[in-house]
Design a binder for this molecule. Structure first.
Ligand code: SF4
Length: 702
């Protein structure tokens, strides 16, 4: 820390949904140090990404000029990106030329094939204002609801179940509420790697006496702090959770008053639970019946029990059913609507909550107002002064299918990398390659940008000002600390330039590409943040929604009186066992689970260009149980090949006795061994989320 900074700038971490507040120390337009601030979600704590994950901003691979694909540069799905050889594929252009060409290409598709031949992927790594403007451009400028983002691959099934059950897709209680809980039920989540600062709240609560129940097919780090660890068989979530529901019913541990006054459809849950006794489910899920009964009793009878979950619950073809069971557990025991209780789906990206709230999803306008609700439709038609499509649009995986079969011909992708993050990545790349016009706005030449016709160089998070909303429903202020390199531009400016070339006629003005004016418009469209003015955000840095008036402090615990449903009641929705779409067999005998590592974020475009993070985890790895490695004749560090029915990758083996036998865990951050070449695009029918946590693979040494 010998370098003395010229200035300090307060902002928020751009990585995970915890939303740690931080201070950049800046010298000569470089971040020389980052400190944790005393924000409500982190209390000065930061993990390794928040502390050391920023020098990607200055990486020589940064895009600094608009690029246009050369006429003789073919597009195909099999390629390896070499960012240093970009000039073999692209030529540099001025902003005028690139924006004109992008608008012409997208406009031609719209005008010749119709609005629904276009689609847009926005980003959960951008600000709320960018998400709002992006979906507004797709809905009003393109004329379609084909707009989505990575929430589809993250918690879409959790949100579907929450909207159906309790009327709101956001968390009921904030992570820090675990300090008031007597029982914490953590399922399908590895917070030490994925939400590291949130994990510290959970570990502290466990140290202070809360009974921590960790349920996950992998035994992960936080299990060391657990009162009980349920290492259940992958894909048997509903069996385990229904056995808990059965126990609570059979042993009369329900909160009858809560069920009578605040819920509906309880009888259906009771009927459905028959046949799910712990004794019957134990051999299916691999957890002894008495242990299931013990944790069910602890959960039901404590003064406060809180459930937190991750993508181990959501990324299945039965993801919505998994979440329905969790919701039923809280409702039947009255463990919701009070401190230290409730439901908390831990959001992945820093702004996946805010981007979804802002309407970056195909079936909802901002604030979850359905596009096929005539009242909401007419309200937004007046508000935006445009005729809007009353039909929900396609979701992420559906859009790629439509690109492959020619129904979608033009796309605008801002800050997402579907060529790496979509299931069955080869198929996604084929879809992207088949488009007549692909416009990609990013800070690096990602695998998706490599297939683009026009590449627009955008701003990194420390180069712009905007709000983001964390997993706790805290709307927080990110502030610009750095100038952009070369001719890169702020995303908000680029969206507006494209929109106006497509006839939107927007006139946002003011500093930072008119961000405060965009936010003010958003606030008018969204009751939930109506009381959070831009000035208030600038002053307080963090305000929790729902917050409807300027004097409302914001509500950290919701559902205290009623639920935001039509009748004010929450609804039980029973679930049956539905197996994974693709089970192991003689040819593909292993189960593949994909996920993240502490050091690398999603498709790795930022963290693999952050020197400290890359130095810690420089190489693509697959983790297996040591006995399985022995059986393959491989040692840690050896190259192994993992293949599914969709593709194969080679990477280094790592031994981990927390991984179940006949199972492989692979992070999806590595372009040279992209895990999503293997994954199964089968969808949950409600959330339309892909089964990224389970498919069949084979493994061999070499
Ligand atoms: Fe950033 Fe999440 Fe780490 Fe906090 S816990 S520093 S928000 S990555």
């Amino acid at each position: 820390y010998a370098i003395k900074a010229d200035k300090t700038v307060d902002s928020v971490c751009p990585y995970c949904g915890v939303g740690c507040q931080l201070t950049y120390h800046v010298k000569d337009n470089e971040i020389v140090r980052v400190d944790g601030r005393d924000g409500p979600a982190n209390h000065e704590r930061l993990c390794v990404k928040g502390r050391y994950g920023f020098d990607y901003v200055k990486h020589p691979h940064r895009l600094t000029k608009p690029l246009i694909r050369k006429a003789d540069a073919p597009k195909h799905a099999e390629f390896t990106v070499d960012p240093d050889k970009w000039s073999e594929i692209f030529r540099e252009a001025t902003w005028e030329e690139a924006l004109d060409l992008a608008a012409k290409g997208l406009g031609k598709v719209r005008d010749t094939m119709g609005p629904n031949a276009l689609a847009g992927f926005g980003s959960a790594k951008g600000s709320n204002e960018e998400a709002y403007l992006f979906q507004k451009l797709v809905r009003t400028g393109f004329g379609t609801n084909n707009v989505d983002h990575c929430t589809r691959l993250c918690h879409a099934s959790s949100v579907a179940a929450l909207l159906e059950g309790v009327g709101s897709g956001a968390v009921s209680n904030q992570v820090s509420d675990v300090e008031f809980a007597e029982v914490i039920f953590l399922i399908g989540s590895n917070p030490t790697a994925n939400h590291p600062v949130a994990a510290t709240w959970i570990k502290n609560a466990a140290r202070n006496g809360a009974k921590l129940i960790v349920a996950d097919p992998r035994r992960n780090d936080i299990a060391r702090h657990a009162w009980r660890t349920l290492q259940f068989k992958a894909d048997t979530d509903v069996a385990l959770l229904n056995a808990m529901i059965y126990t609570i019913l059979e042993e009369n541990l329900c909160d009858q008053e809560f069920i009578r006054t605040r819920t509906s459809n309880f009888q259906a849950l009771k009927e459905n639970s028959k046949g799910f006794s712990p004794e019957t489910m134990a051999p299916i899920c691999g957890i002894p019946a008495e242990t299931i009964r013990e944790v069910a009793r602890a959960y039901a009878t404590s003064k406060g029990s809180m459930i937190l979950w991750g993508m181990g619950i959501s990324q299945h073809v039965h993801g919505t059913d998994n979440a329905r069971c969790l919701i039923a557990l809280t409702l039947m025991t009255g463990q919701i609507g009070k401190p230290g209780s409730g439901l908390h789906p831990l959001r992945g990206q820093n702004n996946v909550q805010g981007a979804s709230d802002a309407g970056l999803i195909p079936m909802m306008f901002p604030d979850y107002q359905r596009v096929d609700n005539p009242e909401a439709l007419s309200r937004f038609e007046k508000f935006w002064n445009r005729k809007l499509d009353p039909k929900p649009g396609l979701t992420v995986v559906e859009i790629m299918d439509a690109a492959c079969d020619g129904r979608i011909k033009g796309m605008y992708v801002m800050g997402e990398n579907p060529a790496m993050s979509d299931p069955n990545a080869h198929h996604a790349r084929e879809g992207l390659a088949a488009l007549d016009c692909l416009v990609v706005q990013d800070i690096f030449l990602t695998e998706t940008a490599y297939l683009a016709d026009i590449v627009l160089p955008a701003s990194a998070w420390p180069e712009k000002t905007g709000s983001v909303t964390n997993t706790d429903r805290m709307v927080q202020m990110g502030r610009r600390a750095l100038d952009m390199p070369g001719d890169a531009r702020q995303d908000l400016w680029i969206i507006q330039q494209l929109a106006n070339r497509l006839g939107c006629g927007w006139t946002y003005t003011g500093p930072e590409s008119g961000v405060a004016q965009v936010y003010d418009e958003m606030r008018l469209a969204m009751n939930s943040i109506g009381g959070i003015t831009w000035e208030r955000l600038e002053e307080q840095s963090s305000v929790t929604y729902p917050c409807r008036t300027e004097h409302d402090p914001g509500q950290s615990v919701v559902f205290t009186e009623d639920f935001p449903t039509k009748d004010g009641r929450a609804k039980f929705v029973p679930a049956d066992i539905i197996p994974a779409n693709e089970r192991p067999d003689g040819e593909y005998p292993f189960v593949l689970i994909t996920g993240r590592q502490l050091e690398h974020w999603h498709t790795g475009s930022m963290t693999r260009r952050a020197s400290v993070l890359d130095a810690i985890e420089p190489r693509a790895v697959a983790s297996l149980h040591p006995l399985d490695l022995d059986a393959l004749g491989a040692r840690p560090g050896d190259t192994i090949t993992v293949a599914s029915r969709r593709g194969e990758i080679a990477l280094a083996a790592r031994a981990d006795d927390g991984i179940p036998r006949q199972t492989v865990f692979i992070p999806f951050a590595y372009y040279e061994a992209a895990a999503n070449r293997l994954t199964n695009p089968a969808l949950d029918p409600f959330g339309k989320i892909a089964e990224l946590k389970y498919c069949a693979v084979k493994v061999k040494k070499g």
